[in-house]
Design a protein around this ligand. Structure first.
Ligand SMILES: NC(=O)c1ccc[n+]([C@@H]2O[C@H](COP(=O)([O-])OP(=O)(O)OC[C@H]3O[C@@H](n4cnc5c(N)ncnc54)[C@H](OP(=O)(O)O)[C@@H]3O)[C@@H](O)[C@H]2O)c1
Length: 311
């Protein structure tokens, strides 16, 4: 393992895979209440645990707190240890230093735990400088409210500012949670992935199956519902050859699905994918990305096919 990784954050580098919980309570993008309800979310959580997944990512804003509350309920129902990551949203009205600790206490209350394993700044746009936010984060670590500190959607320069500000307080930057999939490789192309690896910052890959597109279930004729349909209207007609290759590669591994190939690719690239699951079936399929590995040659072929889509 990379020797730039600090002892405090080493556990995150040992986590190969996580479960995203934005779907638990979100109506606008994910049609919570229509396509899935609390029992489906519970089943997704339970199936993931049975498959050995021990990391759940949520945020105070997901379902306006519902995702955190549901996670809290589910945690009470299991005796398995689960690593919990949540996020602080830097709303423009949150100008005071203590707003971060206050928000974190709110998250802890909803989840029903005394400390989270990873507390992340949800996105970099804030009226407070990164340095101020990191000071508050270091305080949260000191108070024992979070084990480690992460950022999300930070580019290289924003991440380096966070990294340095935390270093001045002797706190390592544990993770940067960013969008990463075969259909979105900006972090690879812009050097952020390599820089994270150099610094020992864990890359957590969100939207690793590109919000459902890489399962192959959506097409021009059958686009995803709502906002996703508009967002992916120009991408959908281009992904046929990539999906075909993913099917062929999946067959070489005993019939792995396209979602499983997409997630395994994220792991092979050195990131921790956190696919969102609305129900047990999706969670079970996604967990099937574990326990096997694409070959280097297959990863290279997938890279090439994805380059042709993204060029
Ligand atoms: N930090 C950030 O700014 C940020 C942003 C986005 C997400 N995240 C985190 O990352 C997690 C994952 O990202 P994401 O939810 O945007 O996208 P994703 O994981 O790429 O896609 C999840 C969606 O794909 C579909 N799906 C999942 N597994 C499937 C399967 N096996 N078969 C068929 N369909 C399947 C489901 O939607 P349908 O069934 O409706 O198609 C599901 O809601 C989130 O839950 C959240 O924790 C963080």
């Amino acid at each position: 393992m990379n020797d730039t990784i600090s002892n405090e954050t080493r556990f995150l580098h040992a986590v190969e895979f996580g479960l995203g919980a934005w779907q638990w309570g979100d109506r606008l993008i994910w049609q919570y209440g229509q396509t899935h309800g609390d029992e489906d979310c519970r089943a997704a959580f339970e199936v993931s645990l049975q498959a050995g997944i021990r990391f759940v990512d949520t945020a105070e804003v997901y379902g306006s707190g519902r995702s955190e509350r549901l996670l809290g309920q589910f945690l009470k129902e299991t005796d398995q240890p689960v690593l919990v990551a949540t996020k602080y949203f830097p709303f423009p009205w949150r100008l005071q230093k203590k707003s971060l600790i206050r928000a974190l206490r709110g998250s802890l209350e909803r989840i029903g735990i005394e400390s989270v394993d990873l507390y992340q700044i949800h996105q970099p746009y804030s009226l407070r400088p990164i340095e101020n936010l990191m000071e508050a984060m270091a305080e949260a670590v000191k108070e024992g409210l979070t084990r480690t500190v992460g950022v999300s959607n930070y580019n290289q320069s924003q991440m380096l500012r966070a990294y340095s500000a935390l270093a001045r307080k002797n706190v390592p930057l544990a993770a940067n949670q960013v969008t990463y999939s075969l259909l979105n490789r900006a972090i690879e192309k812009e050097g952020l992935l390599a820089r994270c690896n150099e610094l020992g910052v864990r890359v957590i890959a969100y939207s690793p199956i590109e919000k459902g597109l890489l399962t192959g279930k959506y097409s021009v004729e059958n686009p995803p519902p709502g906002i996703r349909g508009q967002r992916y209207a120009s991408l959908l007609p281009k992904i046929g050859a990539l999906l075909k290759l993913m099917t062929a590669i999946g067959q070489e591994h005993g019939g792995k699905s396209k979602a499983q190939v997409a997630l395994n690719w994220c792991i092979c690239k050195g990131s921790m994918p956190i696919p969102g699951a609305k129900n047990a079936e999706q969670a079970e399929e996604n967990a099937g990305a574990l326990g096997w590995k694409l070959t280097e040659e297959e990863v290279a072929k997938l890279d090439e096919a994805s380059d042709s889509v993204l060029k």
